[in-house]
Design a binder for this molecule. Structure first.
Ligand SMILES: [Ca+2]
Length: 412
């Protein structure tokens, strides 16, 4: 959501590795199980900053009693600073991204959640004009259908980041918005938890987005995006997406096939054409008959899967301004609705391994007792450690890198 755009794209890797449940090289850690919440450590400079901030916040309409409640037990969280500092430029390929975002597990859980909550999602769709499976896809991407809502105390996290100062203005405004939420009575201070960067609840709203878009679906007077019951959060997301310009009935986009010799100059967001124009150029939907107007991208290059993106794609980008994320939401929504996996082939990676090769490496390592945390073909930290353990067991230099030579060695 706005979160990620404001944080800048470099934040995505770190945020998404938490949110989409990847990074370990296994979808196995998809459901449940968050690490223990970080605990504040004493920091006099932080305490002085909070004292000065409280004066500023009072000037912005936050009552002393709200602040007393909010800062009771709050404190400096060094882990949050560490997370913020360690954001790398690392960016997953679309193939890896989709392997995680629309893993078999996530699709299966999405279909199950959709079946159990179908009535609620249909009602939300009717009120806000955003398709039920699209709302479900945001839910799946942001918190793995509510199983990873984040347990970091948000006041401590935001105060720490505002104090730390790398993006002081942004985080101070989020902190003030968080205090307003507490003051409004939507949530008790000690229940306000979220990600290390202050994204909260089933669909990871940052405080300013919450103030602008959160909705009270249950009608109890509180907009509770933190509770087990996801209805307020899902309605809030539908409200956000609707207000961002979602057009009901229009797909987000679709996988398409491009004819041989398709000019790369026609690729790219912003180079929209009508469905008829694309047809004339030989573009066809990868499945089904329907095509829409929009622009075409092929994030892995010509020859890898290509997607025609509609105006609704830009709405998903307003939630989180990253192309892979938005394709992930769109594709996951299609899969939850019963659609098929991507048809196109991404081909070998930079080291010459296909996804099938990488999955075989993971399976062979696991069979030899080196746990890769599943075999999704994504070479994450767990797979790297498994490769290193295998290399060590053979007296080889520990590279942690998947290569054709490694695969050949494992097959022996
Ligand atoms: Ca409510």
């Amino acid at each position: 959501m706005i979160t990620r755009r404001t944080l800048g794209l470099t934040a995505l890797g770190a945020l998404l590795s938490g949110c989409i449940g990847g990074g370990s090289g296994g979808g196995a850690r998809g459901a449940g199980g968050e690490a223990a919440p970080p605990r504040p450590v004493p920091n006099p400079a932080f305490d002085a900053w909070v004292a000065a901030y409280r004066d500023r916040a009072a000037g912005r309409g936050i009552s002393r009693s709200t602040m007393d409640a909010a800062f009771r037990g709050a404190g400096f969280l060094p882990q949050v600073v560490e997370k913020d500092r360690n954001q790398t430029e690392f960016k997953r390929t679309l193939e890896d991204y989709l392997s995680i975002a629309a893993s078999d597990e996530r699709v299966a859980m999405g279909r199950q959640k959709f079946a159990s909550l179908g009535g609620l999602l249909a009602q939300i769709e009717a009120r806000y004009g955003v398709e039920a499976h699209v709302i479900a896809a945001f839910w799946g991407m942001e918190s793995y259908f509510g199983t990873r809502r984040g347990n970091v105390p948000v006041i401590s996290a935001l105060a720490t980041l505002a104090f730390d100062g790398r993006r002081a203005e942004f985080f101070e405004s989020q902190l003030t918005a968080a205090l307003k939420i507490i003051q409004n009575g939507d949530i008790a201070a000690d229940r306000m938890t979220g990600s290390w960067a202050g994204a909260m609840g089933h669909t990871q709203f940052i405080p300013t987005a919450y103030l602008a878009y959160a909705a009270d679906w249950t009608g109890d007077g509180r907009r509770d995006i933190w509770s087990e019951d996801p209805s307020d959060a899902l309605a809030s997301t539908a409200n956000y997406v609707a207000k961002s310009g979602w057009q009901k009935g229009l797909p987000w986009g679709m996988e398409v096939t491009l004819p041989a010799g398709f000019p790369t100059g026609l690729l790219g967001r912003g180079k929209a054409k009508s469905a008829d124009d694309w047809r004339m150029l030989g573009v066809r939907p990868a499945s089904g008959e329907r095509m829409a107007s929009g622009s075409i991208v092929a994030p892995g290059g010509l020859g890898s899967p290509a997607f025609l993106l509609t105006r609704n794609f830009a709405v998903i980008l307003r939630y989180n301004n990253a192309e892979n994320y938005a394709i992930g939401v769109g594709h996951l929504s299609d899969r939850i609705r019963g659609g098929e996996a991507i048809r196109g082939n991404f081909g070998p990676d930079a080291s010459g391994l296909t996804k099938a090769d990488r999955q075989e490496i993971q399976r062979l390592l696991t069979a030899k007792g080196h746990d890769t945390g599943g075999s999704d073909g994504v070479m994450g930290a767990k797979t790297k450690a498994a490769i290193e353990a295998f290399e060590a067991s053979r007296g080889l230099p520990m590279t942690g890198t998947a290569t054709p030579a490694l695969l050949a060695l494992l097959r022996r």
